[in-house]
Design a protein around this ligand. Sequence first.
Ligand code: GUN
Length: 293
Amino acid sequence: MAIIDGKLISLQIQDEIALEVNAIKEKGGKVPHLAAVIVGNDGASETYVGAKVKACDKIGFKSTLVKLEENTTEQELLHIVEGLNKDADIDGYIVQLPLPKHINEQKIVEAIDPKKDVDGFHPQNVGRMALNLPAYLPATPYGIMQLLERYKIDTAGKNCVVIGRSHIVGSPMSILMARNTVPGNCTVTMCHSRTKNLKEFTLNADIVIVALGKPEFVTADMLKDGVVVIDVGITRVPSDQTKSGFKLLGDVKYDEVAAKASYITPVPGGVGPMTIASLLMNTLKASKKEIYL
Ligand code: GUN
């Protein structure tokens, strides 16, 4: 069994990007510039956005944080988005989700210029991804594809079961694994809350990607020997074994599943750290105009 070290790969990717930024600077080129918009005071969102901005600083990108009050109106946010679309210095930006309930998230996402949509959430990028055209891929699926690629995991012709159909993980993941690409070329089964006899599908899977948010949902009896397991879940649960009183659990019962798997992503330190690397890769692509010529 091999542990897929997402923390290590994320740092490697950040080092690779930092080298490229240095080369751009030496040539007197434009430094990639990411902006992040956050509305309100959600603690988790503030932590995520803080980590994204910090990663930009570390690798030499320019970053701009736009922090707005909880009571910002939809009109005001649309106005900010318009400004970011027009700002020639900003290569890409994200609007951190979730937004306060009085703001229509879909309306905001669709107002973002697809060319600057480094989250890959705009319908134009989702459609381009499905058509196997150049597109910004959403952070978590892009990160998982990088892990499979960098660990040289053979996916062609394999049975891949994706559990969960969210718009930001399960659904794009199922599309990416079925595309005629490397990694890819899987026979994909998308399972979800209405799936009957889930175990029948997972027992036939060579690769299982689970993004449900249900701690320790996938157990060893559901899997065959040598399975590749990608665990996207990360849930904080109370624990008397840690100083903080909490621990992080994935969607996979790690110890028993690891004993059966050929490759597995741990939680934490697997998929999670890759999301930052993905955002930085997308921002670099935006600044180099690699996706939309
Ligand atoms: N909220 C949780 N994950 C994400 C993400 O990848 N991008 C944005 N914009 N919001 C999020």
